[in-house]
Design a protein around this ligand. Structure first.
Ligand SMILES: C[S@@+](CC[C@H](N)C(=O)[O-])C[C@H]1O[C@@H](n2cnc3c(N)ncnc32)[C@H](O)[C@@H]1O
Length: 433
């Protein structure tokens, strides 16, 4: 590659943008790969793997560095800290990178970035870690919170909440699943094609494709560059949607001719599924807060080619008199802390706080309190989130049932994150009078 800027320097730039500027990692990585189009496949894969891996394992990497450095990570200059982090990631998790290369390249990069005086420090810390990789003193399992937080690089407050909600074994299973491979799940647009035909079409496009073990409507795809380059995607043969989220429209009991309102619909996964289940009848109103979000829904409607759905800009916290008792089915897939999709959104765990979670619980209650009157007597309300914790999920459903005697909880389901599925929660309510 062009030797003026090498792949480790690009990784450093990505890490600095994510950790210092608070940018989202997948966006920063994508824009670097777009800017440096001339990179070959191997270099692109290296940049993606080291950047994503370093961010994903950041708490563990900092813990390791702190075991071997007199200057602690919270006192280090961001450039040096991020050079060390990505080098330790290569040492610990990338067998195909020789230890000498990880150390030497880190030292060279520190010098190139104007930290020549720290050359000995960077070299010393990394050689020391490299020599002792197999004997790193991790926290003891006797301290489950600290142990799980360091080993799975998860902020304390999230581990504490999961331990309290689900116990040790389940918490560790959730944390482990974050590090398994997660191919993309797509829901087949059955109005237009079927699973067999779509499988063949995807294979012809060079995509690796498997049937989803948990859903007859879904396929697992991988090995593609980006979705927009696939004709099958542009043709609207499928929609990206996790199996857990496919359950929402499925469980809602949608019948031909129904009026469906989705109050938080962008980018449109569940609303489009509802439109598909209506098979050309009825109507879906897919709402979201901003025009920008509504545009995303419109793009997907156009791509999937449904005529029985429209996207509308509307704030779900504001009462809409025209909607009162209008909906046979109301979907309330509300903004949430997203703890069920941390495997896919690597940096979210460092950005979401317990305080924000509390605010989200309030927002969820506020929205539910407003939109419940849009449900017809006898109609259905499905509350869902892509998160994993009782406050936003079971406790909110219990609050809603208590505060709304005209609604009865029919069932609720918490799906925990796993290889095959995101973490997801849904509660189905019937309006009984
Ligand atoms: C979990 S996402 C919805 C995902 C969508 N249901 C799907 O299946 O593709 C939550 C959505 O709520 C929207 N939102 C947040 N606050 C809102 C509000 N006050 N009114 C309407 N939508 C809101 C966000 O813009 C976001 O698109």
């Amino acid at each position: 590659m062009n030797k003026e800027i090498n792949e480790r320097e690009l990784v450093l730039g990505i890490l600095l943008e994510v950790t210092k500027e608070g940018q989202k990692s997948h966006i920063v990585i994508r824009s670097v790969l777009e800017k440096y189009q001339y990179l070959d496949k191997r270099e692109r894969a290296f940049i993606t793997r080291v950047s994503e891996g370093t961010i994903e394992r950041m708490l563990e990497l900092d813990y390791i560095i702190d075991q071997f450095s007199k200057v602690k990570t919270n006192k280090m200059k961001p450039v040096i800290l991020n050079i060390l982090r990505s080098a330790v990631y290569q040492l610990k998790y990338m067998d195909n990178v020789p230890a000498s290369a990880a150390c030497n390249e880190a030292v060279k990069l520190a010098v190139k970035k104007g930290f020549g005086s720290l050359r000995g420090f960077v070299n010393g810390v990394l050689r020391n870690i490299s020599r002792n990789l197999d004997g790193i003193p991790y926290p003891s399992k006797e301290e489950p919170l600290r142990y799980l937080s360091v080993v799975y690089s998860m902020p304390d407050w999230i581990v504490r909440q999961w331990l309290s909600d689900y116990g040790y074994e389940t918490t560790e299973a959730i944390l482990k699943s974050m590090y398994e491979e997660h191919p993309t799940t797509v829901r087949v647009n059955s109005g237009q094609t079927d699973r067999e035909a779509l499988k063949e079409k995807l294979k012809r496009e060079g995509v690796e494709v498997k049937e989803h073990p948990l859903s007859e409507e879904a396929l697992l795809i991988s090995g593609y560059d980006y979705l927009g380059s696939l004709e099958s995607f542009r043709d609207g043969d499928y929609q990206i949607q996790d199996v857990s989220s496919i359950e929402v429209a499925k469980c809602a009991g949608i019948k031909p001719g129904d009026y469906v309102i989705d109050v938080c619909a962008a980018p449109g996964g569940k609303a489009l599924h509802a439109a598909q289940l209506l098979a050309g009848t009825g109507h879906v109103e897919a709402r979201d807060l901003t025009e920008q979000k509504v545009e995303l829904i419109r793009d997907n409607i156009a791509r999937m080619g449904f005529a029985n759905i429209e996207a509308v800009q509307m704030d779900a916290t504001c009462f809409d008199t025209d909607s009162v008792e209008r909906a046979d089915v109301l979907l309330a897939d509300l903004p949430c802390s997203g703890l069920g999709v941390l495997a896919k959104k690597t940096d979210l765990k460092y950005n979401i706080t317990e305080r924000q979670q509390e605010e989200l619980v309030e927002l969820q209650r506020q929205i539910l309190g407003v939109v419940k009157s849009y449900v017809k007597p006898g109609g259905t309300l499905v509350y869902s989130t892509c998160t994993v914790n009782k406050k936003e999920n079971e406790e909110n459903a219990a609050w809603f049932a208590e505060a709304s005697p005209d609604f009865a909880l029919e069932f609720e389901k918490q799906t925990l994150p796993s290889r095959e599925s995101d973490g997801f929660y849904l509660a189905k309510f019937k309006r009984i009078r």
